[in-house]
Design a protein around this ligand. Structure first.
Ligand SMILES: [Ca+2]
Ligand SMILES: [Ca+2]
Length: 100
C-alpha cells in the first residue's frame, strides 16, 4: 500500500476531516464539495467507491476503520445493491451523515 489520496501533493483536505467538518457544519455538504471528495477517493477512476478504496482513504488518517465498518457503511448507502458506492449514493449518504 503505497498509494495515498494526495499522491500529487496537492494538499487535498483529509477526507475524515472533511466529514467531521461536514457533520458539524452542514453548509459544507454541497454537491461540489462532495464531488471533489468522491473523485479523490475513487483511485481507479471507475466512478464508484469500493471497500478497498474507502479503507485506503481512511487508512492514511487517524480515523482508521475496519473492513467490517466499511461493509456496513456501503450496505447502508448502496441503494442499487452494486456493492460499491456511486456518486449519487455517496451524496445521499453524506447528507444523511450530516443530519439533513
Ligand atoms: Ca473506484
Ligand atoms: Ca451502488
Amino acid at each position: 500500500m503505497v498509494n495515498t489520496i494526495d499522491s500529487d501533493g496537492s494538499g487535498f483536505l483529509d477526507f475524515s476531516e472533511f466529514m467531521a467538518l461536514a457533520t458539524e457544519k452542514n453548509l459544507l455538504v454541497t454537491k461540489d464539495n462532495l464531488k471533489k471528495a468522491f473523485e479523490s477517493l475513487d483511485i481507479d477512476k471507475n466512478g464508484s467507491l469500493s471497500i478497498a478504496e474507502l479503507e485506503q482513504a481512511f487508512g492514511t488518517s487517524g480515523h482508521k476503520k475496519t473492513k467490517k465498518f466499511w461493509m456496513e457503511f456501503i450496505k447502508e448507502i448502496d441503494e442499487d445493491g452494486s456493492g460499491e458506492v456511486e456518486f449519487e449514493e455517496f451524496f445521499e449518504g453524506m447528507k444523511k451523515l450530516a443530519g439533513k
